[in-house]
Design a protein around this ligand. Structure first.
Ligand SMILES: Cc1cc2nc3c(=O)[nH]c(=O)nc-3n(C[C@H](O)[C@H](O)[C@H](O)COP(=O)(O)O)c2cc1C
Length: 187
């Protein structure tokens, strides 16, 4: 129990380019996905799904990111294009959390979206508990229809996060956190 509290009290993101191998094993990935799928979910709708982007697939999706970027920025330098193509290949493993929130007679869209956020956070906490570090990011390509199609997202599905997972190459510095007195109301 204290280990969990310590982890949550000290967890920090590590930038994708500072995440290296070894990557999680297939068994560890199975555990991560099982934990991510065990989040509060009003109405048992499973309003999320996961896309495991590992190995060569990281560059394959990266090509789609590069194509979309080049189409919108025809004068981009070769260096910039390579940066875009390499976006998902910086960390050894990326798990995309997809929100499948859809109109429902009883469960508001907002609650379904929050459940996808909870799946992201469970994934982050579980990976950190296994000794990995993570970065939960979206970036422009999470909102780009051409990239979403390359990922196989149906119309209406959205990226809640690309959770990058790997071994930290360096320890992250602490960053300021809010004062509880500024954000907590006690009634
Ligand atoms: C939904 C969501 C999307 C995010 N997208 C980005 C992003 O695109 N780029 C980025 O630098 N940080 C993004 N972040 C913030 C990082 O996940 C992280 O929280 C931040 O770098 C602060 O680090 P910390 O987790 O150590 O507090 C996002 C966070 C959330 C919740």
């Amino acid at each position: 129990m204290n280990e969990t509290i310590d982890l949550l009290k000290t967890r920090r993101s590590v930038a994708p380019h500072k995440l290296g191998g070894p990557e999680p094993t297939p068994e560890e990935i199975e555990t991560l996905l099982t934990i991510a799928a065990r989040v509060p979910d009003h109405g048992r709708l499973f309003p999320w799904r996961f896309i495991v982007i590992a190995g060569e697939a990281r560059r394959r999706i990266g090509e789609a990111i590069g194509r979309a970027f080049q189409a919108d920025n025809p004068s981009a330098s070769a260096e910039t294009l390579e940066f875009e193509r390499n976006r998902l290949a910086r960390a050894p493993l990326v798990i995309a959390v997809v929100s499948r929130a859809a109109p429902h007679v009883k469960i508001p869209d907002w609650e379904q979206v929050m459940s996808a956020g909870a799946a992201c956070m469970s994934l982050v906490v579980a990976a950190n508990a296994m000794g990995y570090a993570t970065s939960w990011i979206t970036e422009w390509y999470a909102f780009d229809r051409r990239v979403l199609e390359a990922l196989g997202l149906a119309p209406g599905e959205r990226i809640a996060g690309f959770v990058h997972i790997g071994q930290p190459m360096e320890a992250p510095l602490e960053r300021p956190r809010p004062n509880l007195s500024d954000i907590v109301t006690r009634l």
